[in-house]
Design a protein around this ligand. Structure first.
Ligand SMILES: *Cc1c(COP(=O)(O)O)cnc(C)c1O
Length: 391
């Protein structure tokens, strides 16, 4: 059975070009970039090149890029480091209800540490409400963190408008761009973004590496204490092979965004059309146009998304749902709930995320399977909630 991978928002395969770039740093070029001898200098050079590539990809200076272990660390660090460094100015942080757990859980932690956090609502498409942002910015606000594009429903925020409003108030603006890098053009200097998180493994780079951009002049405390790596703000011997891979991945992902995405956007729209044509009671979650080119989040009425996912998996097709199944209970997606979807639609949501390698033939196979699966689930349980276990 040829397997079909439609879960590229969870992680992506490493590109061969990236792997080739990384290989020598696992074998022959193994110096520590902090060493002054020739071995160290070779590694330092690789580190510099990677930093330049990441900086070029998002439009900042290399001295504003700090390598991390991924976006989780970059998000944790941005929030904790900026909040604590600017505590004297104020204690209020604004974020949204649809952020990644690495933002939301750090916000909860900061609340325990005496910060006040406002979680902005979103509308039915997943856009934050700009007037609510304006209304909540006050003299105590020190940081606003709003993701560029949502990992579940793919909605791309009106980032420039948000950045402008936050800048006007003289407040620091951070964005989690993990899903957006390579999908939309981002120039942090032009856009007035103060801090941005990105990750390697979401853009065909290696896992366990990412970067935090922090604009020069923004106060941030270190997150890892130790040596002088990363300008003294993120200690620990640099993971050179991974960083080299990240640099290459960012370069490839951001080089030609418009042409890179044209094909995948067409496939996405084809897939949506085919589903709507062949399966009734479907609802596309997120904005129909202002969404990531590879994201389809579809609710199938009167069925359980988890069941659809598991039955597709039996056919070798990998997708995901917004909910996380734990022993005996299903935790529903906070993103879909925040968008005000009915319980039935939240329950029935399935996320398909495509890649450049996805083909029309693959999507035809998936649609054919979906038709069968949804019909079967609706038959066994006409009022909904069919369970795999009862098949
Ligand atoms: C995957 C993801 C993260 C976490 O990134 P890691 O590098 O896996 O830690 C954070 N934010 C968003 C939006 C993501 O999609």
């Amino acid at each position: 059975m040829n397997k079909i991978y439609l879960d590229n928002a969870a992680t992506t395969p490493l590109s061969s070009e990236v792997l080739n770039e990384m290989m020598p740093y696992f074998t022959s070029i193994y110096g520590n970039p902090s060493s002054v001898h020739s071995f160290g200098r070779e590694a330092k050079h690789a580190l510099d090149v990677a930093r330049e590539r990441v900086a070029r990809g998002i439009g900042c200076d290399p001295s504003e890029i700090y390598f991390t272990s991924g976006s989780t660390e970059a998000n944790n660090w941005a929030l904790y480091g900026i909040a604590t460094a600017n505590r004297a100015k104020g204690r209020h942080i604004i974020t949204s209800k649809i952020e990644h757990p690495s933002i939301l859980n750090m916000c909860k932690h900061l609340e325990d540490e005496g910060f006040r956090v406002t979680y902005l609502d979103v509308d039915q498409y997943g856009f934050i409400k700009i007037d609510q942002l304006l209304h909540n910015l006050d003299s105590d606000t020190i940081l606003v963190s709003i993701m560029t594009a949502n990992n579940e429903v793919g909605t791309i925020q009106n980032l420039q408008a948000i950045a402008n409003i936050v800048a006007e108030k003289g407040v620091i603006f951070h964005t989690d761009a993990t899903q957006a890098v390579g999908a939309i053009n981002l120039n942090v200097h032009d856009m007035g973004i103060d801090a941005l998180s990105l990750s390697g493994h979401k853009i065909n780079g290696p896992k366990g590496v990412g970067a935090l951009y922090v604009r020069k002049g923004v106060k941030i405390n270190p997150f890892m204490l130790g040596g002088e790596q990363e300008y003294g703000l993120r200690a620990g011997t640099s993971n050179i092979p991974a960083i080299v891979g990240l640099g290459k991945a960012v370069e490839l992902a951001t080089r030609d965004i418009t042409t890179n995405n044209k094909k995948v956007r067409q496939l996405r729209d084809y897939f949506i059309t085919q589903i709507n044509k062949n399966i009734d009671l479907c609802h596309l979650n997120g904005h129909p146009v202002q969404r990531l080119p590879n994201n389809i989040n579809m609710s199938f009425g009167m069925v359980d998304g988890e069941s659809v996912m598991m039955l597709l998996d039996l056919q070798g097709i990998a997708v995901s749902t917004g909910s996380a199944c734990s022993v005996g209970s299903i935790k529903q997606s906070n993103v879909l709930k925040a968008m005000g979807l009915s319980k039935d639609l939240v329950q029935g949501a399935v996320r398909f995320t495509l890649s450049k390698a996805t083909t029309k033939e693959e999507l035809d196979i998936v649609v054919a399977e979906l038709i069968k699966i949804v019909q079967k689930l609706r038959q066994i349980s006409p009022i909904g909630k069919g369970q795999v276990g009862t098949l």
